[in-house]
Design a protein around this ligand. Structure first.
Ligand SMILES: C[S@@+](CC[C@H](N)C(=O)[O-])C[C@H]1O[C@@H](n2cnc3c(N)ncnc32)[C@H](O)[C@@H]1O
Length: 357
């Protein structure tokens, strides 16, 4: 196991950092459960951890704040950009010179966003800003700085969506309750978010690494983390759990839609969803079994919830095929995710299923 090389004062001040991680309204985010996840992980013996489904990055950031060596992965590009900015990046921040570059609206940029998303999610001036800033980000001197600027831009774009998702378009006045977040332009948000994310960057003295892969593309020959934390999408009782449907705009923005095909017949100009076996009853059980097998040499920690399929008993028995000792921690939790939520979906038990040898 890799040894820590930091003082205990630095260790506890790093841990305090988790409280300043910016809230991203991301479906399934464990933001509100972080104190409980911390308490649960804190008693386990590990120095390196793999967050296989990093999403908003908050669990990876907890692990970084706990001074672990962190491997962070998500198959969505924009999620992995967030992890690059705040997990892998230990010291690059955006300074005055970078801001001058980023905010230069005189550059001759492409106008893909203006043309494609006219009257969809943003005003004309927001769309022009997004085209220009996307161009300018690429002129920043390091990939870490670029990732940090993108991350600030993602949060700015999300804040401008009345329901925190990119599923509704056109005249959004009926959702406009006068909130400051809806009044500010994307540029104004961006300036605020850059400051916020600059403060999130810190060095935990490990070489933390970000991936953008399907979880099934990993093998333990690539690396062997002491612990693997898994928070896959849950097969919901009704509705769907598609991340692309809700966040396609951020996924496209993270690569300026390069290599993505817009589905022109959709009102919100979506891109194609990515298949994941965790979304379907017919494939989920086998997917868990394969995933546990893949990482069976590490301590396994699975986040799951009582309103999802398969049930707890099934998951525990699958994990027992790969681990000698399987323990379950339970926490009642209320979800406040805005769209399509029903009373029965909002009150659940959250589980952490822990497998050790
Ligand atoms: C429940 S969310 C994770 C939330 C995250 N723990 C947080 O607190 O923000 C599930 C994530 O899994 C990702 N995902 C789904 N299928 C995947 C796969 N096969 N490989 C890698 N990532 C996947 C999704 O893009 C999504 O970000």
């Amino acid at each position: 196991m890799e040894q820590l090389a930091i003082s205990s004062a630095e260790e506890s001040s790093n841990l305090n950092r988790i409280h300043s991680y910016p809230l991203l309204r991301y479906m399934g985010s464990k933001y509100k459960l972080i104190p409980w996840i911390h308490e649960t992980l804190d008693v386990l013996d590990f120095n390196s951890a793999f967050d296989a489904f990093s999403g908003s990055g908050v669990v990876s950031y907890l692990l970084k704040s706990m001074n672990k060596k962190v491997y962070s992965n998500d198959f969505l590009n924009f999620s992995s950009v967030i992890s690059k900015a705040v997990i892998e990046n230990q010291s690059d921040r955006l300074d005055q010179g970078d801001m001058l570059k980023l905010l230069d609206l005189t550059v001759d940029s492409d106008d893909f966003i203006q043309k494609t998303f006219d009257k969809v999610f943003f005003t004309k001036s927001d769309l022009i800003f997004l085209d220009k800033v996307s161009h300018n980000i690429l002129s920043l001197s390091s990939k870490n700085k670029q990732a940090l600027a993108y991350t600030a831009l993602f949060r700015s774009c999300l804040k401008k969506q009345p329901r925190g998702v990119f599923t509704i378009s056109g005249n959004l006045d009926k959702y406009n309750d006068g909130r400051r977040d809806l009044r500010l332009s994307v540029r104004e948000h961006f300036l605020e978010q850059i400051k916020i994310y600059n403060d999130v960057v810190f060095d935990n003295h490990h070489e933390n690494i970000t991936f953008n892969l399907d979880v099934f593309d990993f093998s333990q020959k690539m690396f062997k983390p002491d612990l693997v934390y898994m928070d896959p999408p849950y097969v919901p009782p009704s509705d769907d759990n598609c991340y692309i449907k809700r966040y396609h705009f951020l996924e496209g923005l993270s690569k300026y839609w390069n290599g993505e095909e817009i589905m022109e017949n959709t009102k919100v100009k979506k891109i194609k969803k990515k298949f994941t076996p965790f979304s379907y009853r017919r494939t989920a059980i086998n997917a868990f079994d394969q995933m546990f097998d893949k990482f069976c040499e590490s301590t396994l920690v699975l986040s799951y919830s009582s309103n999802a399929y398969p049930d707890l008993e099934t998951l525990v028995s699958i994990m027992k095929n790969h681990k000698e000792n399987v323990e379950v921690k339970t926490k009642p939790h209320k979800y406040h995710f805005g769209n399509h939520s029903t009373v029965s979906r909002s009150k659940v038990d959250e589980y952490l299923i822990i497998g050790q040898d």
